[in-house]
Design a protein around this ligand. Structure first.
Ligand code: ZN
Length: 142
């Protein structure tokens, strides 16, 4: 599989950097954003290193799409957010900060100011608990 030595998400895929994992399959990995903007802020990535939408394959996007529907349902069940923002950034000018394709799932509340990133790391125990909640909900959605 195509990995890049210095890519933080490739290191998470390989397990050399820990992450609060929610779900994984042959093509995708789902884990908690270490800098969560909201409780339940989750990322889906392809296991292979693809920088952006211009590099990822149709099959990989298909796999991410299939998982994304279930992750959305699981987050809704686990956190009951008023809204769920799903987005994916391509290029620094678009706000991309890690150059390995990733899709964000960001629970939203009415009237909450919009932020895409934060520099404040999440509490590890809380991230672990949130990963468990989403993983448990995922078992109940088809
Ligand atoms: Zn990578």
């Amino acid at each position: 599989m195509n990995h890049q030595e210095n890519c933080i998400f490739c290191q998470i895929v390989r397990g050399t950097i820990p992450a609060h994992r929610v779900h994984e399959d042959e093509e995708t990995l789902v884990f908690m954003d270490i800098f969560p903007v909201a409780d339940g802020h989750t990322l889906i990535i392809p296991r292979a290193h693809r920088e952006n939408i211009f590099e990822i394959t149709a099959d990989e996007i298909g796999a991410i799409g299939r998982v994304s529907r279930r992750i959305g349902l699981a987050i809704r069940q686990a956190f009951a957010p008023e809204g769920l923002m799903v987005f994916q950034l391509n290029g620094a000018a678009a706000g991309q900060t890690v150059f390995h394709y990733h899709m964000h799932f960001m629970p939203r509340r009415e009237g909450e100011p919009l932020a895409l990133h934060t520099r404040v790391a999440g509490d590890p125990a809380r991230l672990a608990e949130n990963a468990r909640r989403i993983a448990a909900a995922l078992e109940t959605v088809e």
